[in-house]
Design a protein around this ligand. Structure first.
Ligand SMILES: Cc1cc2nc3c(=O)[nH]c(=O)nc-3n(C[C@H](O)[C@H](O)[C@H](O)COP(=O)(O)OP(=O)(O)OC[C@H]3O[C@@H](n4cnc5c(N)ncnc54)[C@H](O)[C@@H]3O)c2cc1C
Length: 376
């Protein structure tokens, strides 16, 4: 029976990007997904904007913008067909927000220019405030990009029900691999990964046929893409912690559509297709990349951790098990940089950036979480 170097479970942008970089490093990779490539999860619903994060210089902002610079260059160099550099305008939500933009200015290293109300109106954006235009930002074609990542990589449509680690191999049905990467989005049913605090946020998107001449994409409370081949995408994620993905019957789009109508002329928009999906976020909103702590072993060895006991060694890990998850509302920004970091870690043993390593959440979870009340 064939033994792969790595099996990646999940063929959203996180799994596809991980598989791509692992393959680039010469590993034999198999990707499994129950639904297809970017067919059901967050990656199928995403508007897939790739733009920087604005703010006052938080650690998450600088990490996001490092990832943005990486993703932008990577897409242009390797997948130019599936990344359109339309530019993305960040429009303040209201007067208060407009004031904040003035403070954000000094913290934004990404190439940016101010665009005033009048210029916005001249390109078809209705009454708004002075905004940031990120010329280098753009929009991906999510399913095509994910499929392109997997070219030359073995992929099977397969629902993973159980995982077994035996004789140094991961066994999933008839498949075997030395290492396993879980890129399953908001679903985390296989191991105790409660410390990562993965939660879903539900969102929807509508693709509209239109002749509107709109060259640039924009984000206010919601995202409205440029017109690409006669289609404008309108989308947003909002409903927190919904367990099961709400069926997208088109209704949730009514409110998105009315907001979009305050931003651009939607008079000839005709709904072509609706999408919905969950994106997954971690407890502290930073992505999750790296190996997985063996929670049961740790609690057995250190039962006083929930009462504040110090940990004097590295936490015990599950062997050859990795996650690539928690990409939040910026999966298409984070995934390339994370895929590369994961491959560098697996192949060269290069340490995962501490900002992404899920270990950061473990001790806090032990000490604070209600899940471990019985230990206190
Ligand atoms: C409406 C909306 C708009 C968004 N807009 C943007 C945007 O403009 N820009 C941006 O960068 N991001 C955006 N996002 C966020 C982005 O979609 C996510 O960050 C990203 O898709 C997460 O990718 P993922 O691969 O981690 O998860 P997913 O895409 O959810 O992939 C997980 C995959 O795992 C598979 N899976 C799970 N369990 C199993 C199992 N047991 N067996 C087999 N397969 C399994 C699922 O079928 C799924 O395909 C948006 C999200 C939504 C919902």
């Amino acid at each position: 029976m064939k033994i792969y170097d790595v099996i990646v479970v999940g063929a959203g942008i996180a799994g596809c990007s991980s598989a791509y970089f692992l393959k680039q490093r010469g590993l034999d990779v198999l990707v499994l997904d129950r639904a297809g490539v970017a067919a059901m999860g967050g990656s199928s619903a995403a508007g897939a904007f790739v733009s920087p994060k604005i703010g006052k210089g938080s650690v998450l902002q600088s990490l996001t913008n490092e990832a943005f610079e990486f993703a932008k260059k990577f897409y242009i160099e390797h997948f130019p067909k599936y990344f359109k550099q339309t530019g993305v305008i960040r429009i303040p939500k209201d007067e208060d927000d407009a004031q904040k933009f003035l403070q954000y200015e000094e913290f934004n290293s990404s190439q940016r220019e101010w665009i005033d109300e009048e210029s916005l109106e001249s390109i078809g954006i209705k009454k708004s405030f002075d905004s940031f235009l990120f010329n280098e930002a753009g929009v991906c074609d999510a399913p095509k990009l994910c499929k392109a990542f997997l070219e030359g990589i073995e992929y099977k449509q397969y629902e993973v029900e159980s995982l077994v680690y035996e004789d140094n191999l991961w066994i999933i049905g008839n498949y075997r691999a030395k290492k396993l990467v879980l890129a399953t989005g908001y679903e985390n049913k296989f191991f105790d990964m409660r410390y990562m605090g993965v939660k879903g946020t539900w969102g929807s998107r509508g693709d509209y046929e239109t002749n509107l001449d709109l060259d640039v994409s924009m984000h206010k409370q919601i995202s409205v893409s440029a017109n690409i081949d006669g289609i404008i995408k309108i989308g947003a994620t909002h409903e927190k912690e919904v367990d099961v993905c709400i069926t997208c019957n088109g209704k949730p789009l009514n409110s998105l559509f009315s907001v979009a109508s305050t931003m651009v002329d939607t008079s000839d928009f005709k709904l072509k297709e609706t999408f919905c999906g969950m994106r997954s976020g971690s407890k502290d909103y930073f992505p999750l990349l790296g190996s997985v702590i063996s929670v049961s072993e740790m609690l057995e060895k250190y039962p006083k951790l929930p009462r504040g006991q110090q940990l004097k060694e590295e936490p015990q890990k599950m062997e050859n098990l990795y996650v690539c998850n928690g990409l939040g509302g910026r999966g298409f920004v984070f995934a390339p940089m994370m895929g590369k970091m994961l491959a560098d870690n697996i192949v060269d043993g290069k340490e995962i950036d501490k900002r992404l390593n899920p270990d950061r959440l473990f001790l806090k979870w032990c000490r604070k979480s209600k899940d471990l009340e019985s230990y206190r």
